[in-house]
Design a protein around this ligand. Structure first.
Ligand code: FAD
Length: 458
């Protein structure tokens, strides 16, 4: 008898696990209450990156004037953009549907709730499905602030920001994490006056301080106003004329803007699945799981944003694969040490492994190699500022962290992730021949710096 596996949630945590399990011989049911692809395909990674691509193209064409490029009448027709976005998303979602059919994954539409640890019911129907194992991949929802006016008209979240029909004249973005910064970039490139308000003392506070400083510098130089160490207290006013009250250095200040965007993080979507009732433990991050992606209830696994931690698409997918392997009898563990983190601003930022502070804390003695992108001919061609920073532990020269800001670094970070995964040393990276002219040479040059010689920078 094939193993019967039921997956709740058809996002990038759930659907790749369904496809893998089906290929491993399981009988798979995938329950989705909305559209396959979840946040990533429908409201997250894909549409935001398309929006950023359009905004960046505009910036690049404007920048091209420096080298004689002639273009007039530039602008973005938002209604055509939205049609294009919806078509692209529709095609990708349709592709997932077809793959599920091909792999004989049974798709069920509706909201799943656990009745027992071995059975879920589809709410509002008489359909119940039993399984030998379950994966909860129910994702997350946008967070908000517990302040007056947080959900008043004229305050939007990332989902609504993707469907606006005109670019507001001014926007206050609350939250300097990656989602806030990506939208700050979009709005700024499309002509809005943008201010980012961040509660902590720097943007993207979880990232390396150098990444944070470089991004702050680049956004500021493009006209984005950045206010850090500021606690938003209240949002007032009507759509088109909102007022945001905040405290900074003990002083009360107010900023007015046409639109306020809330980008203060996401929280796991786990409240109405009946998990507590069947004994699944929840912690402050989300569903509690061990390194095998098992919950405390035998046979129930959880993955993706629902378990909190690194809420990113590729992490959700990797967790789904680990859960699938373990359901089918293997003993795999999830390893987050080489999970890349990307920010698709212009220039982009990307990181993998430990930042400098963490590296010092964990390893004590570390070494740092750094290559400025103004010394990279490819970066000069593309016109992007930035740097590549490689951190090694001192004893063996093993790479433990890589941080980058610059054009196309979200592609380059995969090489650094592989280097960390394979426990590569700076010597091995420095000796690996990189193509010219590419941004990837900067990674090699930063590693060369760690080996004691600098070629293309002082
Ligand atoms: P989700 O994508 O949230 O999917 C969960 C699915 O479960 C949903 O489809 C939901 O309808 C369904 N569901 C929930 N409860 C039930 C139920 N009871 N019954 C049936 N179905 C249910 N990550 C990146 O790596 N790169 C990016 O560039 C990136 N950009 C982002 C931009 C934005 C604006 C946002 C909001 C997020 C972005 N992310 C990005 C994060 C990424 O989208 C998430 O980490 C990822 O979608 C998590 O996948 P998931 O499968 O865990 O959850």
């Amino acid at each position: 008898m094939p193993k019967r596996v039921v997956i709740i949630g058809g996002g990038v945590g759930g659907y790749p696990a369904a496809l893998k399990l089906a290929q491993m011989g399981a009988e798979v049911s995938l329950i989705e209450k909305d559209r396959l692809g979840g946040v990533c395909l429908n409201r997250g990674c894909v549409p935001t990156k398309l929006f950023l691509h359009a905004a960046n193209l505009l910036d690049q064409i404007k920048d091209g004037r420096r080298m004689g490029l002639q273009a007039t009448g530039l602008g973005l027709d938002l209604s055509r953009f939205r049609k294009h976005k919806d078509r692209l998303v529709g095609e990708l979602v349709g592709g997932v549907e077809k793959l599920c059919q091909l792999r004989k994954v049974k798709l069920l539409k509706g909201t799943a709730v656990f009745e027992t640890p071995r059975r879920v019911r589809i709410q509002g129907s008489d359909q119940a499905i039993s399984g030998d194992a379950f994966i909860v991949a129910s994702g997350s929802v946008a967070g908000s602030l517990p302040i007056e006016g947080a959900d008043s008209p004229g305050v939007i979240d990332s989902t609504r920001a993707l469907d606006i029909d005109r670019i507001p004249s001014s926007v206050v973005v609350i939250g300097g994490g990656y989602i806030g910064l990506e939208f700050a970039q979009i709005f700024n490139s499309l002509g809005a006056e943008v201010t980012v308000i961040e509660m902590l003392d720097r943007l993207v506070p979880g990232e390396d301080a150098d990444v944070s400083a470089e991004l702050t510098g680049s956004l500021t130089s493009q006209g984005v106003r950045v206010i850090t160490g500021a606690k938003v207290q209240r949002i007032d006013g009507s759509p088109g004329d909102k007022a945001v009250d905040f405290l900074v250095d003990g002083q009360k200040k107010t900023l007015r803007a046409a639109t306020v965007m809330m980008a203060v993080g996401r929280r796991p979507n786990i409240d109405s699945l009946g998990l507590k009732e069947i004994g699944v433990k929840l912690d402050r991050r989300g569903i509690e799981v061990n390194e095998h992606m098992e919950t405390c209830v035998d046979g129930i696994f959880a993955v993706g944003d629902a378990v909190g931690g690194l809420m990113m698409a590729h992490v959700a997918t990797a967790e789904g694969h680990v859960a699938s392997d373990n359901i089918m009898g293997q003993k795999e563990v999830i390893d987050y040490s080489a999970a890349p983190r990307c920010i698709y601003t212009n220039p982009e930022a990307a990181a993998v492994g430990l930042n400098e502070d963490e590296a010092r804390r964990v390893h004590g003695q570390i070494e740092i190699g750094r290559f400025p992108l103004h010394s990279s001919s490819k970066a000069r061609i593309l016109g992007g500022p930035g740097f590549v920073k490689v951190i090694t532990e001192k004893k063996y020269g093993r790479i433990i962290g890589v941080h980058m800001v610059g054009p196309k670094v979200t592609e380059l970070i995969a090489e650094a992730a592989l280097a960390i995964n394979l426990e590569c040393t700076s010597k091995e990276l420095a000796h690996s021949i990189h193509p010219h002219p590419t941004i990837s040479e900067a990674l090699m040059e930063a590693a060369m710096g760690l080996e004691g010689y600098k070629i293309n920078c002082a």
